[in-house]
Write a protein that binds this ligand. Structure first.
Ligand code: 1CP
Length: 347
């Protein structure tokens, strides 16, 4: 049996829906007072390792607003931690690795992920959640470039210099590293689906640091490897990136149902770039600027309506922000936004 509310799944499959589904990246997080209260300043990896706590945090936003999906509370570095990379997540900063990946020798630090052994807590959280939820649970993983950035830089980076330096160096182990990360993410995604996740999202948050030519040459091959190896899974897949407007068509793969776009390009234009020449349809997720949610409600409303009007009621639209909810966001704004999307798009 599937979830009671299958609007998200239908939209991801580009089937007609009664209302446009809406969820938010980082919908479970610091903008919620109940999240801050529960978490304090502890490393989020503690919460991830406790199925009960991960379940509770995943459910928090759904208790406040009728979102059309839940997203598992975890992090993209969790499978890396599972195979022995000793990340910690610093509050207000992000993942830090004291002993980063720098040379071909560091490839020895990789081994295949054994999800039931390395990530039992994640799979238990997925099982508990899918028993309880009335909306689909989205499982997720990081894409190789974004994961490589944390491994190589050893900390959050805005420019990803060392990552790109390794990538451009013809004698570096870049392609082997990217393939190892594709395999890691593919097994993490497969395990989440086996445990009950009903949709998947692959996050390539930092791919926008690359030109189209470099994305094609250095990143797309490992993305093809990743998506081909999960193509047999019977769940819809979202491929999300930030700053990727110049190479949206390169983000399409046979196994990708929907491309997630940031706020830089209106949805109608994103759609025409994606459909360019292929003839096969693809859905779109997005794309309200998360900083717009810090503005007074009339501004949020006007901008949300602009997103909906660019989507034009097409099948295959999933409403979301262009990136994650900012910690300064008033939860009431997101509550009103969910309501607006549902009311405005009633078919
Ligand atoms: O202590 C805290 O509360 C820290 C904030 C936080 C949260 C809420 C981090 C640290 N991770 C998470 C959970 C998380 N991470 C989720 C599940 C919750 C949800 O979406 O509702 C997901 C899907 C992620 C995925 C993730 N982690 C991404 C991809 C999505 C994105 O936002 O681009 C990335 C880039 C990370 C790395 C990361 N983890 C945490 C932070 C602050 C960061 C970004 C650091 C940076 O700027 O590089």
């Amino acid at each position: 049996v599937g979830p009671v509310n299958d609007r998200l799944i239908r939209a991801l499959r580009r089937e007609p829906v009664d209302r446009t589904p809406v969820w938010f990246m980082r919908q479970a997080g610091r903008y919620l007072p109940e999240y801050r209260e529960l978490r304090g300043d502890r490393d989020i990896l503690d919460a991830v390792r406790s199925p009960a706590e991960a379940v509770e945090i995943t459910l928090q936003p759904l208790r406040r607003m009728p979102l059309d999906a839940a997203i598992l509370f975890s992090d993209i570095v969790v499978p890396l931690v599972g195979i022995g990379f000793d990340f910690r997540i610093e509050a207000g900063r992000g993942p830090v690795l004291d002993d980063p990946v720098r040379s071909a020798r560091d490839l020895d630090r990789f081994r295949p992920l054994e999800p039931e052994v390395d990530e039992p807590f994640t799979l238990e959280a997925v099982r508990l959640l899918t028993k309880e939820l009335e909306v689909p649970l989205i499982g997720f993983a990081g894409a190789p470039f974004t994961l490589a950035s944390y491994l190589i830089e050893g900390r959050p980076s805005r420019t990803h210099d060392q990552t790109k330096a390794m990538m451009f160096d013809p004698f570096s182990p870049w392609f082997a590293l990217a393939d190892a990360l594709a395999d890691l993410s593919a097994s993490y995604l497969r395990a989440q689906v086996d445990a009950g996740a009903e949709a998947l999202q692959v996050f390539d948050s930092w791919a926008g640091a690359l030109s189209r030519a470099d994305y094609e040459r250095y990143v797309r091959p490992s993305m093809t490897r990743l998506f081909d190896s999960i193509a047999d899974l019977d769940v819809p897949v979202i491929h999300f990136g930030v700053g990727t407007a110049e190479f949206l068509p390169s983000m399409r793969h046979d196994a990708v149902d929907v491309v997630g776009v940031d706020w830089r390009l209106p949805l109608d234009e994103a759609w025409s770039r994606l459909e360019d020449g292929t003839g096969n349809g693809v859905g779109i997720q997005g794309n309200l600027d998360p900083t717009a949610c810090l503005a007074p409600w009339p501004v949020v409303e006007e901008r949300a309506r602009a997103v909906l009007s660019a989507a034009g009621g097409r099948d295959g639209h999933v409403f979301n922000l262009g990136h994650g909810v900012l910690p300064e966001t008033d939860p009431a704004t997101l509550e009103r936004l969910v309501d607006l999307v549902h009311t405005e798009t009633e078919r």
